[in-house]
Design a protein around this ligand. Structure first.
Ligand code: MLT
Length: 401
């Protein structure tokens, strides 16, 4: 009889956002008239930019005629998109990037989850805590060992540089869930540590488009030496509203090597090409054309306006949480606001109270790891008026508790 992957026994029963969705659905069922405001999962709510819509319509039309029809795309993604990324995302940072360092995908979640295919099972993984649960769950599924690196107010939610060895460390800045950003100096410490210890950094910068402070790095490759120790994940989901369209990319510099376990070196770019060409058939031509339009002049202006909208919503949330005395973090160069529960209440208890008494959904901090206990996360990917309404409800609930 086949045996199930026993590592699934190490996972929480449900993926965090599915767990929340089920709890909210159960509440809705028993309270069918409740006017629930959802500020839990970070799913975008603003429509796609007109430039993107136009490009995708054109791409559909291309597929309607034999001369312009597109079937399977190239394994790494269309060259025109990879070139646009080099020119649009990296050149302005002064970062030299080659289109062949880049792999187009169907969003950062898939690749941050799948990248472990290129590591030997049983690897020791350092994971900042609190954290986007995909890094934890996928490493547990593979039989890897994980160890948390605590991020808290004392270290600016950026984690102390470890004294012990890790094979891999996951970093995410601007951070999901805390909304913290990392300074160039601290990021350099991480890169230097990885180079000295032969560790690999998985750097998730899916939220870099929210950075407004010019001193904050957008990419780990702004730091010297990072091409020899880091993989970077980017996404059009939060930059350009692609959570439903699906397109992102992963950067694996061609010179990036790790041990092959036999005394030699393994080239990660070549391994990832091998993995992707076997297990993945690419993001669709239509979504890649949509992503290309993000780099047009109109696309840049339109997507920036959408991010400005979310950042203003984030400012309103942060101010409201300050008014409630909940010490908010983030929301200034990031879409997420991280706040303390009132009187140190348990995160899930606060989630339940908020749902039951105010009909507002947030994400409980402990869902992101042990260091998240006593916190909750609010997303600014929400409608402005509904956000204002939600903030009033939270304030009232806390005032009259
Ligand atoms: C979140 O709410 O943390 C994000 O929506 C998750 C994701 O991007 O997959």
């Amino acid at each position: 009889m086949p045996q199930a992957n026993i590592n699934f026994g190490r996972l929480p029963e449900r993926y965090l956002f599915l767990d929340i969705a089920k709890r909210v659905a159960a509440y809705s069922e028993t309270h069918p008239h409740a006017d629930i405001i959802r500020m839990g999962i970070g799913d975008v709510t603003r429509p796609l930019a007109p430039a993107v819509i136009k490009a995708m319509h054109q791409a559909v039309d291309d597929c309607a005629a034999p001369e312009t029809f597109h079937g399977y795309g190239p394994e790494r993604g269309y060259l025109w998109l990879r070139e646009a990324i080099v020119k649009g995302d990296y050149a302005p940072l002064g970062v030299q990037m080659n289109p062949d360092d880049i792999f187009i995908n169907d969003g950062a979640k898939s690749d941050t989850g799948n990248i472990g295919d290129i590591l030997t099972p049983g690897s020791l993984i350092g994971i900042t805590d609190p954290v986007y649960p995909v890094y934890v769950d996928t490493n547990l599924m593979r039989g890897n060992e994980i160890k948390y690196i605590t991020c808290n107010a004392a270290n600016g939610f950026t984690g102390d540089i470890p004294k012990e060895k890790f094979d891999v460390v996951y970093l995410c800045y601007p951070n999901n869930p805390t909304g913290a950003v990392i300074t160039r100096c601290k990021l350099k410490q991480w890169v230097d540590w990885a180079l000295q210890n032969g560790a690999l950094i998985m750097y998730d910068s899916a939220y870099e488009a929210f950075i407004r402070d010019p001193k904050i790095p957008h990419s780990i490759y702004e730091i010297e030496g990072a091409r020899n120790c880091a993989i970077e994940f980017r996404s059009f989901s939060k930059t350009a509203g692609f959570t439903g369209v699906r397109c992102g990319y992963t950067v694996i510099p061609q010179e990036l090597m790790i041990s092959d376990g036999k005394g030699g070196k393994a080239n990660l770019n070549a391994m990832w090409e091998r993995r992707q060409s076997c297990k993945f058939n690419g993001a669709s031509y239509i979504s890649q054309k949509g992503a290309l339009a993000v780099y047009s002049e109109e696309g840049q202006a339109q997507t920036k306006a959408t991010i400005d909208y979310y950042l203003e919503t984030a400012r309103i949330i942060r101010k409201s949480m300050e008014d409630c005395g909940l010490n908010p973090q983030g929301g200034e160069n990031a879409p997420y606001i991280w706040a303390q529960t009132p009187d140190g209440m348990d995160s899930w208890k606060f989630f339940d109270e908020l749902l039951n008494k105010a009909q507002v959904v947030v994400t409980p901090g402990s869902g992101f790891g042990p260091a998240g206990e006593g916190y909750f996360r609010i997303t600014s990917f929400a409608d402005r008026q509904r956000t204002i309404e939600a903030m009033e409800r939270i304030k009232n609930m806390i005032k009259y508790a």
